[in-house]
Design a protein around this ligand. Sequence first.
Ligand code: ASP
Length: 356
Amino acid sequence: MSGLKRRDFLRKATVTGLGLPLLSLFRPVVARSRGRFQPDHPVVISSGNGEQAVKKAMELLQGGSDPLDAVIAGVNLVEDDPNDITVGYGGIPNEEGVVQLDASVMHGPTHNAGAVAALENIRNPSKVARLVMERTDHVLLVGEGALKFAKAHGFREENLLTERARKIWLYWKETLNDRDDWLPPPPKEIEGDVRRLVETHGTIHCCAMDSRGDLAGVTTTSGLFFKIPGRVGDSPIIGAGLYVDNAVGAAGSTGRGEANLKNLSSFMVVEYMRRGLSPTEACLEVCKRIAEHTKLPRLLDESGRPRFNVKFYAINKKGEFGAGAIYQEGHFWVYDRQGPRKLPIPGLYKRRMHRK
Ligand code: ASP
């Protein structure tokens, strides 16, 4: 574990509320076979919105599916779900009210990858990303080119903006500032959760290891809410929002994509696992690196900590899994031989003061 002082890391982890008992939560049941640790059961993990995804992926893995087929089928359920406003159909649009989706996939056994960015009118960008991987000599297609490619493969265009997402966008637009000609909506028109949801953001990441020890992952999103049209986040960038090395592990991320683009964070999680850190330690070490690299004053709070959050999810080659965030917040889903469950995401810091 050259270059990284494990003792320092664990001391820090304890100071921040991440003691050893919590770390041991993430140790899997492994079987010893022919002198090497081997997973004796598939493992799937996903972000906090991934309950359906881990269940679907595990069902397929247990039937012998390739891990990439399994995780894509898992996240497709969330891309299709209009109630998840962070992914696919029903995702929150850009500042002009247009839904633009980003996704990437990576397949461990072939070390192959595919991605699409700023894709409009197609609800399952992860399926298109997979076709980029399998049916082209490229890795990333964007915008109009990605749409033409999807249509060439028979995908149907549809309006992805649901009424709920449109209302959230309109509320944001009308309350953005008091110097434009859009007037704030009458309070009675602000239905239920609209005001609260303007503050939310998200993505789904899902990665898996099958019982042969092969890994794959997918990250899919509608990106930051109300983004500038054409903005591409970390999710479709291999190494930033997703990375898989079949000899080491898989990792992916949700949260402020710009931080992952500047740090190639998912690649770094896998590299830390290669050096011997557990998945949880690797995720938290990358959070530490992002915090150290965050230097712009507008991104820092009064105590010099990032004003944003980023979360990581990882599985290593032994079938161990973990997650970590800059700020301890929310949960992630795992499904292994102990069944599906939701676990808290440990943080480098306990709580944050600001949202970004
Ligand atoms: N990572 C996503 C992006 O930057 C957003 C998120 O996960 O909240 O596009």
